[in-house]
Ligand binder design. Sequence first.
Ligand code: CS2
Length: 435
Amino acid sequence: MARLNRSAPVKVEPLIRPGDAGAGVLHFGLSAFHRAHQAVFTEDAIVRGGGDWAIVGVAPSSHAVLDALRAQEMLFSVLTVDGPDADARVVGVFDSVLHAGSEPGAVLRRLADPAIRVVTLTVTEKAYAPGSAVLDLIVRGLRLRETPLALVSCDNLHGNGSRLRGLVGDALDDPDIMALLSFPGTMVDRIVPATTPATLDRVESLVGARDEAAVAAEPFSQWVMQDDFAGGRPAWDLAGAVLTADTAPYELRKLRVLNGVHSALAYLGALAGAPTVDAALALPGCHAAMERFIASDIAPTLTELPVIPYGEQVLRRFANSALRYRTLQVAGDGSQKLPQRLLGTVADRRAAGAVPSYAALVLAAWIRFVGGRADDGTALPLDDPLAGSLRGASPSRALELLSPGLADDAPLRAEIDRWLRDLERHGAAGVLAAL
Ligand code: CS2
C-alpha cells in the first residue's frame, strides 16, 4: 500500500492542501489531541473564512510524529469513530513541522516572525512550571517579538490563559513585550486516545494509503475561547468554536465533570483490571456510581451552567466502545492532573461543610494505584513526574505530594481511609458493585 503524500491517489481528498494558505499559527505539541482538535478546527476555519492560518507544528521532544508528517508531506488523517461506524478525513492544515530540541533556531525565528499571529500549546499539565524546557524556548523567542501575538494554552488547566500569562510574564520580565501579547483562556474537548495499529489499518482501508500520523477520535468536539487575540485569529467561530467573554464556567465544568470522572474511571478501572474507559464504565454499579459522583459531589460546586445533562452526555461519550481509551493512559500524570480536575471539587465541598464521599473514593483509588498493584496482584506502571516519591509512599505522604495540607483534613481523611480499607478488602469491582 502506498504511503500517504501529496501525490498518492487517495479515496478521501483533503479540503485544503499544504501551501494553499500561508503559516499563521505556531503550535507546540504534536499530540494526537492537537491533530484531532485544533488542527481540524483551524482547517475548517480556513475553508470557511480564509486567511493565512496554516499551522507550523513544533514537536517538543519526540521525533515520531514529525518524521511521519515529513514523510507524508504534512498530510495526516483523522478517523472519527462511533461504535461500529467510522469516517476518515485527510487534513492538510500543516504548513511545516519543526523539532524544538534539534532546531531551536528555526523555532525562535518563527516566534519572532510577524506572519505568526497565534501560538497555541498542548504541552500537558506538567509543562506549566517555571523552568520547563518548552516555556523557556517560547520566552526566548518572545524576546525577539515586535508585533502583536496571542498565546493560547489548550491544556486542561483551570485558568489556563492567566496561568500562561503569569509564567510568561515572570520569565520575560519585560513590560514592553508583554504589552504586545494576549493570553485568551480556552476550554478544549475531544476524546482522542493514543493511536493504535488497529487505527492505522482502519485508516488505510478508508483512505487508500498508509498513514503513520493518523489519529482516531470521537465525533464530539468542542472549543470555547475568550475572544482576545492580539494579532487576529482564524475564523474559528465559523468552524464551530464558541467565543465568550468568560471561559471559566465551561472550563470548570469540563475539568470537574469530564476529566474528573475520566480519572475516576481510570483508577477504579485499572485496579479492577478494566483495560479501557468504556470497560470500566461497564463494571457493575460503576455507571450509577459515576452519576452519583457527578450529582452529589461535583454539581453543587458548579452553579453557572447545567451539570446533570452535561454529565449524562459525558457518560454516553465514555461508553463509546470504539475509542478503546486505555485506563492506564488516563491514569498517567495523576499528581499533575488531579489537582486540576478533582481537588477543586473537594475544596469547594469541604468549604461548604460537606465530605465529598465519591471524590474521596477516587483519591483512595489513586493512592492504591500509585502503590503499584491491581486488585488481582498484577503490577501497574506509574507514569508520573513524581513517580520516584509516590512509589512506596504512605497514604498521608501521597496526599501531601498531591496538595500540601490535604492529609490534615480529618473528616476527609477518615473517608479516604474508609475507602482504602474497602478497596483492600473487596477490590474496586467489589466496592462499585456494593455501592
Ligand atoms: C483525559 C483527557 O488523558 C486524560 O487525562 O482525561 O485527555 C480527555 O480525554 C480530554 O481532556 C477530553 O477532552
